[in-house]
Design a protein around this ligand. Structure first.
Ligand code: SAH
Length: 407
């Protein structure tokens, strides 16, 4: 059913093939799974978008089985490095089972967890977040979209999920030439907001209207770190979304939290989440404001905080946009440093794929310097064990953060 068309090509064979330019096989030999358009000498018997092809070096040696994305600069993504292990439903079932088993081992009993993390789980472009009995998937490459049925069947078989909801509506779909796909792909009825439990805190997750799959599971460990250090007077949670850090800070003893977001819907859910945990919403100022502007206002008012969380949206999806993003990160972090009391803590993050951890650290160093504060890093932060980073694919480490103490 998912088999690519078998179009004969000039040498008489039937398997679509992609041949690299001489010398361009190096990254693939190191098991980096992306084939960029500029590395390609020719494609023989090109399959349809999402169809399989064999990737070969210029000397004709086999490199891997990939799926084809004719509209993307990432023209092919490798799913298998073994000639005897082509891309088929069995391979997908095994990959999904392996990914689910890793989570069960590393995060046992977790009811809100990322089950599939794309390339890092050997499933290029496949994301799946579990919220109890509901799974939310994003299929963000042509190959992932083409294998939708097999991926969903494997997920249901491994987890016993009653509903699988697709939220393939990210910006990267356009780069792949894929249409938005949103709706129930397994199970029946309506997909309603549900409540997940995260280390003793409860959060409402709305997979249909929320961001991405509905919740930022990638900040689980960092919310716990904030909670552990939040027994203070004044916390500032910038880009608070549905209140993950705000509720964590309150649970950790914070006397007062200022929570800022530009989305009224997110703020309403943040308030719900605070109350859901029996925490006092009276201890929170929920502000519908632009963080860039509001930080200046707080500075002009002479406000000061013991702990600041800075978790902005993705400013730079690709390396090409990193410079503009760097200015944005520097601006908000410079203001944050100025707003910290002596001994105060800054938890600052970037989820921009185009800004690597080194660059992010340099930006934060520049922000502290220009703010005139003496700051030191006390922890490097990242996403949890359910967001693994493939050693051969550093791009899977999209979330990076620093905890800095001033003075
Ligand atoms: N910290 C959150 C996730 C943040 S997502 C958590 O742990 O769950 C980024 C948030 O930034 C979104 O809620 C979005 O509405 C908000 N946002 C984007 N641009 C903004 C701006 N300029 N000012 C304020 N909020 C903004």
């Amino acid at each position: 059913m998912n088999r690519p068309p078998r179009t004969p090509h000039q040498s008489g064979g039937t398997t679509p093939r992609l041949i690299l330019k001489a010398g361009r096989e190096r990254s693939l030999l190191r098991r980096h799974p992306w084939v960029f358009s500029g590395a390609i000498e020719r494609v023989e018997a090109a399959p349809e978008p999402g169809g399989s092809l064999a990737v070969h070096a210029a000397d004709n040696s086999f490199l891997g089985w990939a799926t084809y994305s004719p509209e993307s600069q990432i023209r092919a993504r490798v799913w298998s490095w073994h000639e005897a292990e082509p891309l088929n439903a069995e391979l997908i079932t095994a990959r999904v089972a392996g990914a689910v088993a890793r989570r069960e081992r590393l995060l046992p009993g977790m009811n809100a967890v990322r089950l599939l993390h794309g390339e890092a789980d050997g499933l290029p472009g496949c994301v799946c977040d579990r919220y109890g009995d509901l799974l939310v998937i994003q299929l963000l490459s042509t190959g992932a979209a083409r294998w939708r049925a097999a991926i969903v069947a494997a997920l249901v078989a491994c987890t016993g999920a009653t509903q699988v909801y697709e939220r393939s509506d990210a910006d990267v779909l356009a780069l792949e030439g894929l249409p938005i796909a949103q709706g129930l792909v397994h199970g029946e009825g309506q997909v309603l907001p549900g409540i997940v439990d995260e280390q003793g805190l409860r959060f409402t997750v709305d997979p249909v209207h929320g961001h991405k799959t509905g919740f930022y599971l990638d900040q689980r460990d960092n919310r716990a770190k904030v909670r552990a250090l939040a027994d203070v007077d004044e916390v500032l949670d910038c880009f608070c979304y549905t209140g993950g850090f705000t509720a964590s800070a309150l649970a950790g003893g914070a006397r007062h939290v200022t929570a800022i977001d530009a989305s009224a819907d997110a703020l309403a859910l943040a308030k719900t989440n605070v109350e859901l945990n029996g925490l006092s919403a009276e201890r929170v100022d929920f502000l519908d404001a632009d963080v860039f502007k509001h930080l200046r206002k707080l500075r002009d008012q002479g406000k000061a905080y013991d702990l600041i969380v800075m978790d902005p949206p993705k400013f730079a999806p690709t390396a090409a946009t990193a410079e503009r993003a760097a200015r944005g990160y520097k601006d908000i972090n410079l203001l944050a440093f100025k707003l910290l009391k002596p001994g105060g803590l800054l938890f600052t993050f970037s989820c921009s794929g185009g800004v690597n951890p080194d660059l992010f650290q340099k930006i934060i160093a520049g922000a502290a310097l220009d703010a005139g504060v003496d700051a030191r890093i006390v922890a490097h932060l990242n996403a949890g064990a359910d967001h693994p980073v493939a050693l051969a694919f550093p791009e899977s480490e999209y979330l990076k953060g620093l905890c800095c103490v001033v003075g």
